[in-house]
Design a protein around this ligand. Structure first.
Ligand SMILES: [Zn+2]
Length: 213
């Protein structure tokens, strides 16, 4: 999959518009001729915000910039939400592109990285909560909502993810992601995980991945 930096996201469908960055390939190469290398401090922010991939079920991509025979592989995408309302999507390989190939993301994205703070509750969070709690909504959207909602450290996210953990169909196919989200929310002090026994093995697996034990 190769898209131009800054183009509207079209890799798959998503509940709201996103901007593509770092979807590199052979046709357009690094797409960053003439731009400055990404500063170490900016790369640190990028790594911190690249903590949890979504859309991991779609299969593995190989880096098309590596020499033949040494292809680096990645699976899924990172989504970056900023307080100005923008959402960027990059393949998980964006970190590899920066570190090993000298890729430099476009300036508007780097500016967003530098300004990024804890996300304020907004319409995107509302939309994701609505999707997560709506049994008739697109199932993939609901699974991706589980993954992205903990970007907002908010009690409304706790309620929504707890409700999702009780939704049998969701917990059957996305229980690990629900567990990871519960783990992240517990780790940030927003909830207690006293009643682990109430969860399915799949959900507990995700919780343990985050919290250990
Ligand atoms: Zn590579």
């Amino acid at each position: 999959m190769e898209y131009l930096d800054g183009s509207p996201y079209e890799y798959r469908s998503f509940p709201f518009p996103m901007i593509s960055i770092g979807w590199l390939g052979r046709a357009h190469g690094l797409q960053n001729e003439g731009s400055e290398p990404l500063a170490a401090a900016d790369f640190d922010i990028l790594k911190r915000l690249s903590a949890r991939p979504g859309s991991v079920t779609l299969g593995v991509h190989e880096c098309e910039l590596c020499p033949e025979g040494e292809e680096f592989e990645g699976n899924g995408e990172y989504r970056y939400y900023f307080d100005d309302g923008s959402v960027y999507s990059a393949p998980v390989m964006i970190l590899h592109y920066v570190e090993d190939h000298g890729y430099s993301p476009p300036r508007p994205f780097v500016d967003c990285l530098r300004r990024s703070t804890a996300l304020r509750w907004d319409w995107r969070a509302e939309r994701l909560v609505d999707l997560l709690l709506d049994e008739s909504a697109d199932f993939d959207f609901r699974c991706e909502a589980v993954i992205d909602l903990p970007k907002w450290r908010d009690s409304r996210v706790v309620s929504a993810v707890k409700a999702a953990s009780l939704d049998e169909i969701l917990a059957d196919s996305a229980g690990d992601e629900i567990g990871r989200s519960l783990g992240i929310l517990a780790r940030s002090g927003l909830m207690e995980l006293a009643d682990l026994e109430g969860h399915s093995d799949f959900v507990r697996f995700g919780i343990r991945e985050v919290l250990g034990g």
